[in-house]
Design a protein around this ligand. Sequence first.
Ligand SMILES: N[C@@H](CCC(=O)N[C@@H](CS)C(=O)NCC(=O)O)C(=O)O
Length: 208
Amino acid sequence: MSLIVHHLNNSRSQRILWLLEEIGAPYEIQFYDRDPATNLAPPELIAVHPLGKSPVIEDDGRVITESGAITEYLCERHGGGALVPERGSDDHISHLEWLHFAEGSAMTPILLRIYTARLGEAAAPIEPRISQQLDSHFAYMESRVGENGHFIGDSLSAADIMLSFPAEIAIMQGMAPRYPKLAAFVNACHVRPAWQRAREKGGAYYGY
Ligand SMILES: N[C@@H](CCC(=O)N[C@@H](CS)C(=O)NCC(=O)O)C(=O)O
């Protein structure tokens, strides 16, 4: 099999497994476990790519990193037109925006919160700004979940899959009461048979 996903437990690469299950592309998984003390990826992943982060895929020997790039690549090369609005349409532009919002915008305040939480009181001067940014990003997402529970159009898109990760973090941080549409979005992702197959194959994924 030529398509390999280098998969770290409890990580963003779970959504790449989900994407592959949705488009029905055959793949194999190479598993990596986080260090129990540091929570970092093991050094074996650095042998695959210098950043040592997951997801990384290999397709016919070509190594590809970055969830957004991997998602676009897989949809184009293996998706047969599924999960992406028609190129040239307004929805396609929205799709690009949301697909890249997930890593390019939403993850910034999330990661700042995770890292500064380790600083205790020393983080107090920047905490209000981080909270404000978390709120504005999650509120923006909440306001754009459509009537059918998707970010673009009436059906699941690759952008929904990308956005599932920051949305899951919002819910894990106890924000479901504040963002009920995001909570419903996450639940709807998790009941999909493809999500469940990916969860089974990928192993532990936070509390989900
Ligand atoms: N923007 C990158 C982020 C990759 C990333 O930070 N992955 C995390 C997993 S969620 C990781 O590998 N962490 C382990 C480490 O940094 O050692 C992407 O979306 O692919």
